[in-house]
Design a protein around this ligand. Structure first.
Ligand SMILES: Nc1ncnc2c1ncn2[C@@H]1O[C@H](COP(=O)(O)OP(=O)(O)O)[C@@H](O)[C@H]1O
Ligand SMILES: O=P(O)(O)O[C@H]1O[C@H](CO)[C@@H](O[C@H]2O[C@H](CO)[C@@H](O)[C@H](O)[C@H]2O)[C@H](O)[C@H]1O
Length: 446
């Protein structure tokens, strides 16, 4: 590190452990402790240096870039707070430090391609000749990873800046968020932001994306904000743009099928997917015992689609909901965050699936928007009919479904609601009534 100064893994763990285990992205068990296992220097000067660390906690590996500063001169004008210190050297989360932020972005344009070392970083630039950066700041909204926004001095072909996301929990294998958005961008799709590149990390036989950079879309609100804002204001009219969201979704599916191909839904593949739905249902019933009375009914919905005709399987978004779509001024809808559902292992998330799973995701999100409106005192009748109108408009934009696709969509909506039961029970118990209500309604007439 700077000036030959080094720190041992034990010193690092002692100095940062408390901060690390209290971050939003630390999804481990704090009682497992943290172990600094690997380090890869990013940038170093006489008294400031930035290093990318891998930190192990239980079974999980976290990506933790840190910036070190030695001496008062190196700290002058730093707006953010240090997270700890080792002797005279103070440490910052690099995503929250102006020099750390610059070093992380420089990784993309520095032609870095490590051939040796225990933790090797390689840049995979796409549009690497971007303009000079005027300012940078960390995104403050709630997110599972950590993003930094860089504003250009002058726009680059209309783009006002870059948003760079550092992936926090690493697993072996290409990150679908990077793989799918880069493939869509390369195919000329405007359904995702323009891509600037990504950084790969390799260690102990593992290889994955540690960061990705894309066009920062200025002034965008996500579809959840747009829709719940309108409903909260008492506007229950179904906007034409919902039909447009359906068409955009169909286009994304066509482009992903072209880029990655499709696979016949063989008996084995169906059995595997329906098996996953059953596992999720079992987990949801354990998390919400009040749904146990529907155990058989759930099982028979899943059993009934085993025998209908399935369309070919393909790569999909995988966690498609209204919060994953931005409404961009003068551009319209743009989809984000193709990482898949956080509760599923990566190996499942990259398997070909039913594209209708994404359709189910958005329809469930319309139900959440209606449910939230009612929870906040909105008119329940108006919210229920808005839901039906929004569903019909989205499906009209998506394209006609066959009878068997409709049956599959119903099963996938049930599966998604059951996933949400577990998600809410772990993350937001106050919200659990929304998916629980959806499961109940599905069986109300039986
Ligand atoms: N290209 C972008 N332009 C503008 N805002 C973005 C962009 N990408 C992400 N965001 C904002 O950052 C938030 C988090 O991004 P996301 O990719 O969902 O991160 P995470 O994987 O951490 O959940 C989004 O909900 C959105 O508000
Ligand atoms: O955005 P993430 O990839 O972290 O997705 C997870 O969190 C979502 C909530 O932030 C959760 O979405 C559920 O709540 C949304 C409203 O907040 C709603 O629009 C979605 O339809 C509903 O599923 C998502 O399930 C979870 O994976």
């Amino acid at each position: 590190m700077m000036g030959g100064w080094t720190a041992t893994p034990t010193e690092l763990a002692e100095a940062t452990g408390r901060w690390l285990t209290s971050t939003r992205w630390f999804t481990g068990d704090p009682s497992d402790g943290v172990v600094f296992t690997h380090a890869s220097p990013i940038e170093s000067s006489q008294n400031v240096s930035t290093v990318m660390f891998l930190v192990r906690s239980g079974e999980l590996t976290f990506c933790v870039p840190l910036t070190f500063r030695e001496g008062p001169d190196s700290r002058e004008g730093i707006g953010s707070q240090p997270i700890g210190n080792i002797g005279q050297v103070q440490m910052w989360d690099a995503t929250d430090d102006v020099d750390g932020q610059r070093a992380l972005l420089n990784l993309l344009s520095a032609d870095r391609d490590d051939q040796a070392g225990a933790f090797r970083l390689s840049a995979r630039p796409i549009r690497s000749n971007f303009p000079a950066v005027a300012s940078s700041h960390r995104l403050t909204s709630e997110q599972s990873n950590t993003s930094i926004i860089y504003r250009f001095v002058d726009p680059d072909d209309g783009a006002a800046g870059i948003i760079l996301k550092v992936f926090r929990v690493l697993s072996d294998g290409a990150n679908p968020d990077v793989e799918l958005q880069q493939a869509l961008d390369a195919a000329g799709s405007h359904a995702v932001p323009r891509q600037y590149g990504s950084v790969r990390g390799a260690w102990d036989g593992n290889q994955t994306d540690v960061a990705v950079a894309q066009e920062f879309l200025v002034g965008a609100l996500d579809a959840w904000q747009v829709i719940t804002g309108a409903l909260a204001a008492g506007n229950f009219e179904v906007s034409d743009e919902i039909r447009g969201l359906g068409s955009l979704t169909a286009q994304i599916h066509r482009d992903l099928a072209t880029a990655f191909g499709t696979a016949t839904a063989s008996d084995d593949a169906r059995e595997q997917l329906v098996g996953q739905w059953r596992n999720r249902a079992n987990r949801a019933l354990a998390d919400a015992p009040q749904l146990d009375q529907y155990r058989e009914a759930i099982d028979s919905v899943f059993a009934s689609v085993s025998s209908v005709q399935w369309p070919p399987l393909q790569r999909i978004h995988g966690d498609y909901h209204l919060g994953q779509v931005l409404h961009v001024p003068d551009r319209g809808w743009v989809a984000l965050d193709f990482e898949g559902e956080p509760l599923r292992p990566l190996s499942e998330r990259v398997q070909p699936d039913l594209a209708l799973r994404d359709v189910a995701g958005i329809l469930r999100s319309f139900d959440y928007a209606a449910g939230t409106t009612v929870r906040q005192g909105g008119d329940s009748q108006a919210a229920a009919s808005w839901y039906e109108g929004a569903r019909d408009a989205f499906l009209a934009g998506y394209g006609e479904l066959s009878e068997s696709e409709e049956a599959l969509l119903e099963a996938l909506m049930l599966d998604k609601a059951l996933y949400e039961v577990s998600y809410e029970s772990a993350s937001r118990p106050d919200w659990i009534d929304i998916p629980v209500g959806a499961v109940r309604r599905q069986f109300a007439s039986e």
